[in-house]
Design a binder for this molecule. Structure first.
Ligand code: NAD
Length: 358
């Protein structure tokens, strides 16, 4: 593994996007979000994605310079089309829109359709939480059929993440629950394939219908050292999280993130890869006139964290604790990445290289 300072990595990714024609702000937003995912330990949604993003810009799957196009504005709800623009830019815009509307009405719903990849959904819950708002995000990825429903060996769902954010106050940090409804995100399989962290047991179903943790059983044989063949046409499938319950949650994420936003659900036909995100924003200051919400959140979180761990387990964590700790550590010490990931970026960069700090 190679250690890279976050600022230098952000500058490198910004340069790569600028070289593809992105404006400075757009390139910087995308780079900041990708490196932000690495900082929080979600390498699956970090800079490992850059070569794919660049090729998606080339083939039109991703389009630079797009802003939200408002399709339907009902005041308390807004439907917006992302036009396959850069998801990290559209994510900022849609959250800021939802936060403004929730301030006005107490609650707000936004439906974002046809967005380019919006990365780590926790970032959007953190952005709303920083403004004092609770948020819930239901996401699908149309055109990316990767996950087998409970009991199946064939794929029917995307990794359809679900995310909830609760704002912090004073010393209390925000609480951010953020996960793919597959046992592991596809990017974690890609990361393992490229020499990163190994995968948990039985998170893949091979084309023989056997459970596995080998990325090759997912991508199929004959893959080279670069990006494996398109995941949607992969040989194997990802296992849905949480048995029948997680599979049911994935089902609903497809319908809420895909069907209700108008972005479309996964299906047998070939579609461009795009995120749909239904977001609900709630202003606790308006919903809780007694103003006890934050105190109750702190009482409950402290009580949960105080539970005695099982033998061999670390301290009990609240949602988002892990990511916050890793962000502090990686911001201080640099991000650790497989050399292959860094080398791929360096090969694409014609100017200079990120500075290794150790
Ligand atoms: P994960 O399995 O690492 O789970 C993360 C969640 O579990 C976090 O809320 C974290 O705080 C919590 N957590 C982790 N360890 C814990 C512990 N020991 N105790 C208590 N809580 C703990 O996440 P994942 O499923 O691999 O998803 C990774 C990322 O991929 C997410 O950020 C998700 O939004 C993103 N994603 C994005 C897309 C997309 O299309 N944009 C698709 C799928 C996933």
């Amino acid at each position: 593994m190679e250690r890279i300072e976050a600022g230098a990595l952000t500058a490198l990714v910004t340069r790569l996007l600028r070289a593809k024609g992105a404006q400075e702000d757009e390139a910087r937003d995308v780079a900041t979000s990708l490196v932000g995912a690495n900082l929080t330990g979600h390498d699956s949604h970090g800079v490992v994605r850059v070569p794919k993003y660049l090729s998606w810009i080339d083939d039109g799957t991703l389009r630079l310079g797009r802003d939200l196009e408002i399709v339907n504005d009902g005041g308390v709800f807004v439907v917006a089309d992302g036009g396959h623009g850069m998801g990290q830019v559209l994510g900022r815009r849609i959250v800021d829109l939802g936060v403004g509307r929730a301030r006005e009405h107490g609650v707000a719903i936004t439906a974002l359709r046809r967005s380019g990849h919006i990365g780590r959904i926790g970032e959007w819950a953190e952005r709303a939480a920083a403004e004092g708002l609770v948020s819930i995000h239901c996401v699908n990825v149309s055109g990316s059929v990767l996950v087998a429903p409970f009991g199946a060996r064939e794929k029917r769902f995307s990794t359809a993440p679900f995310t909830v954010g609760i704002p912090g106050k004073g010393e209390a940090p925000p609480l951010i629950l953020d996960f793919a409804t597959s046992l592991v995100a596809e990017g974690k399989v890609l990361n393992a394939f490229k020499g990163g962290k190994t995968l948990p047991d039985d998170c893949i179903i091979s084309d023989r219908g056997e459970l596995s943790s080998d990325p090759v059983d997912f991508y199929g044989p004959g893959i080279d050292g670069s990006r494996p063949s398109a995941a949607a046409s992969s040989a194997g499938a990802l296992v849905a999280m949480g048995l029948h319950k997680g599979s049911g949650l994935a089902f609903m994420m497809e319908l809420l993130g895909g069907a209700l936003t108008g972005g479309g659900v996964c299906g047998p036909e070939k579609k461009p890869v795009a995120n749909g995100m239904l977001s609900i924003f709630l202003d606790p200051a308006r919903l809780d006139p007694a103003n006890d919400f934050h105190a109750e959140v702190v009482r409950f979180t402290d009580w949960v964290r105080s539970a005695q761990p099982r033998p061999g387990m670390g301290p009990v964590l609240a949602p988002g604790d892990l990511e916050r700790g890793l962000r502090e550590k990686h911001s201080r010490e640099g991000v650790m990445l497989p050399p292959e990931v860094i080398d791929a970026l360096r090969r694409l960069d014609t100017s200079s290289h990120p500075r290794a700090v150790r």
